[in-house]
Design a protein around this ligand. Structure first.
Ligand code: 4FV
Length: 208
């Protein structure tokens, strides 16, 4: 699976070189390409934004610069996603849906946002990670890459994690591991019994 990231701050994505996602990149299970939007500014000061028409506070990212950056990508098979608070909320079902794509282009905004004309021209879908306003779309893009990549074959060593029931479990009930006693608090007895090993769903009912 290939991710092309259109961003003003490629260095922020160093975080994806760590841990499970970093190993997935090394194994070639996922590919992450960083395209620095600023490289496509024709302005001698490398300008990428300007004041909004109609007035108002803040700056808007320029349509022509972003479009030139987008055209530098071979986007034939790609779905273009704009990370935006106005987008559809990213949830587990959307993550699973996106994990079936082979190529995603993620557009990361900054400032007050991006000129609507280039969004209308290139974006297939707007996705939000939550109803709050961040300073940029880079962290939302990393959230999407992390959550989607864990569904790719071979990224997670424990195949059972990909079973729907298990990942639901991750969202529904508490987890315990050694030591058996922590600050005088024991692991629930029901999880210690021999017959409960390997069947968490059954144990979930007993605990709740
Ligand atoms: C956001 C979110 C988000 C809004 C202005 C970037 C910022 C700036 N993206 N989910 N919540 N984006 O707040 O995805 O352009």
């Amino acid at each position: 699976m290939k991710f092309d990231i259109l961003t003003l701050f490629p260095e922020m994505f160093q975080a994806l070189n760590q841990s499970i996602i970093g190993r997935a990149k090394e194994k070639g299970l996922i590919e992450i390409n960083l395209i620095n939007i600023r490289d496509f500014s024709k302005d001698k000061h490398k300008k990428v934004d300007d004041t909004p028409y109609g007035g108002g506070a803040g700056m808007v990212m320029k349509a022509d610069v972003i479009y030139d950056a987008y055209k530098s990508i071979d986007s034939n098979d790609a779905k273009v996603i704009y990370m935006s608070p106005q987008g559809k909320k990213l949830d587990q079902s959307k993550v699973v849906e996106l994990s079936n794509e082979s190529h995603l282009i993620l557009l990361c905004g900054h400032y007050e946002g991006i000129d609507q004309r280039v969004l209308d021209k290139i974006v297939d879908e707007e996705i939000s990670i939550g109803d709050y306003v961040l300073t940029g779309g880079e962290i939302p893009a990393m959230v999407l890459i992390d959550s989607v990549s864990r569904y790719k074959e071979g990224v997670l060593s424990n195949e059972s994690v990909k079973e729907e029931s298990f990942s639901n479990g991750m969202l529904e009930y508490p987890q315990y591991t050694r030591p058996e006693v922590f600050e005088n608090v024991k692991v629930p007895e029901v999880l210690l019994s021999r017959e409960s090993q390997g069947n968490r769903k059954m144990e979930k009912r007993k605990i709740n």
